[in-house]
Design a protein around this ligand. Structure first.
Ligand code: EPZ
Length: 429
């Protein structure tokens, strides 16, 4: 379900980008959005105070924090990246419809509330729209833990009087289902074994958070995760990992503008799929302990790319790869194997002069034709980031509209790009 900006009282803003400038300098990466939106609901399982550090200052994080507050948790910001949550007094398992529709990750409340109350009522989540986003694997997993589930008009109800550990085999790799079942199983008596689990860094980060508060989770980061349920979790302090998709976004911005940028506060291993493709394209990538430098000062080679679950090439960087490939002479093929419909934005790149043909899950990019500035719409979060990268790379002025999507996931994007030499600003529509 998508919400309209007017409905939520959001001021419509645009990004105005005068492109054609090579980026250079250093950029600091914020905490990971997709870890944050799982770890904040996980605080519902904790008795006492959780201090969560290194949170990105983005709207998705503020929304999920507000949802916990609406449920009755004590929630306060200690500074712009540190949240204090004490959910001891939460006494409801029902999530407000308006809140849930504001983001995708509201469905993590399902696993968290089932773990805590053995019952959850969660209205349909919102978030990016790229085709159907089924939740059958979440429901199947909960059923394996002894829950009954029902979906009425999109509202998900789960009940687990006798919630206990169980064996879960996922039919496909799902980040959301892996996280939801990890949450549900943490306080469920007995052993839960999840097979064909997602291995994304944010899955590991959630497991580390829960373990640091007293959970017993082993194998996160592999495709078999074993969870021995514990009676309770205690409070503590935890710092979120850096956002590998934000880091990747600045790697693409550097490459597309043929720049030289050091991306700091990253875990280079999380970026290996991108680094390997960059090297194949003739882009230099240097990895330090917690930084990556990208230098693109030679002619680039065309490549083919297929998105895959981690550690494969991330679907969330697919629009950025397509934007980069429009600047590279030759024919490149990008195959989207995670989502059904994640190429809608290519029409926007075509308005800038790109030549991209999409057939189902495959996009063929005839690159190297110079793009020119245009007015384009951010159709979703990462599509918006892809348009920003294309706009930075091409001559002329581009207006990217509907940037509330971009603000859901990128902290201070205008300031960070400006510090790298970009000519970018916001204006109200
Ligand atoms: C997470 O979404 C991310 N969101 C997405 O990032 C990301 O694109 C996606 O994982 C894949 O990496 C968050 O972490 C909040 P999935 P999620 O369940 O968990 C199918 C961004 O830009 N599937 O791994 O919703 C599904 O249709 C966002 O930051 C089922 O069929 O994705 C898809 O084809 C956008 N049944 C595939 O699995 C299910 O029950 C992967 O989905 C669940 C999923």
């Amino acid at each position: 379900m998508e919400y309209s900006a007017h409905e939520w009282g959001v001021v419509l803003e645009n990004l105005i980008i005068n492109g054609g400038i090579s980026l250079s300098g250093e950029v600091n990466i914020s905490g990971a959005k997709n870890a944050a939106v799982a770890i904040i609901p996980a605080a519902l399982l904790v008795e006492g105070e959780c201090i969560i550090e290194n949170l990105p200052d983005i709207s998705d994080v503020r929304v999920i924090a507000d949802i916990l507050k609406a449920l009755g948790a004590e929630v306060s910001w200690l500074d712009e990246s540190t949240l204090r949550v004490d959910a001891t007094n939460v006494d409801t398992y029902e999530v407000d419809q308006e809140c849930a529709g504001r983001m995708r990750a509201s469905y993590y409340l399902l696993g968290a509330l089932v773990s805590r109350f053995h019952k959850a009522i969660v209205p349909p989540p919102g978030g990016c729209n790229f085709g159907t986003r089924p939740i059958d694997q979440h429901l199947k997993g909960l059923q394996s833990l002894g829950c009954t589930t029902e979906v009425n008009g999109g509202v998900i109800c789960a009940e687990g009087e006798n919630l206990r550990g169980g064996q879960v085999y996922f039919d496909m790799v799902s980040v959301g289902a892996t996280i939801n079942i990890m949450l549900a199983a943490t306080l469920a008596p007995g052993l839960t074994v999840m097979e064909n689990a997602a291995k994304e860094p944010h899955v590991v980060d959630l497991a580390n958070f829960l373990n640091s508060m007293g959970a017993n989770i082993k194998g996160a980061g592999t495709d078999v995760i074993k969870i021995r349920g514990v009676e309770r979790l205690h409070g503590g302090t935890y710092s979120i990992i850096p956002d590998q998709i934000e880091a990747g976004t600045y790697m693409f911005a550097a490459a597309a503008t043929r720049g030289d940028v050091v991306i700091k506060n990253v875990i280079p291993k999380h970026l290996e799929a991108v680094s390997a493709k960059f090297v194949e394209m003739g882009i230099e990538v240097w990895e330090g302990d917690d930084e990556v430098r990208v230098v693109a000062n030679k002619p680039l080679n065309r490549v083919n790319v297929k998105t895959l679950p981690y550690p494969g090439f991330p679907t969330d960087l697919q629009p950025l790869m397509v934007a980069l490939l429009t600047t590279v002479p030759g024919t490149s093929i990008v195959t989207e194997s995670v989502w059904d419909s994640r190429f809608q934005y290519t029409g926007e790149l075509d308005r800038m002069g790109a030549n991209i043909t999409v057939d189902g899950r495959v996009a063929v990019i005839e690159g190297g034709r110079p793009l020119t500035g245009a007015t384009v719409r951010a159709t979703d979060l990462r599509a918006g980031a892809g348009l920003v990268v294309a706009a930075l790379a091409c001559e002329g002025t581009t207006t990217v509209t509907d940037i509330r999507h971009i603000d859901r996931g990128y902290e201070r994007i205008v300031e960070k790009l400006t510090a790298l030499g970009a000519n970018i600003s916001r204006n109200n529509d």
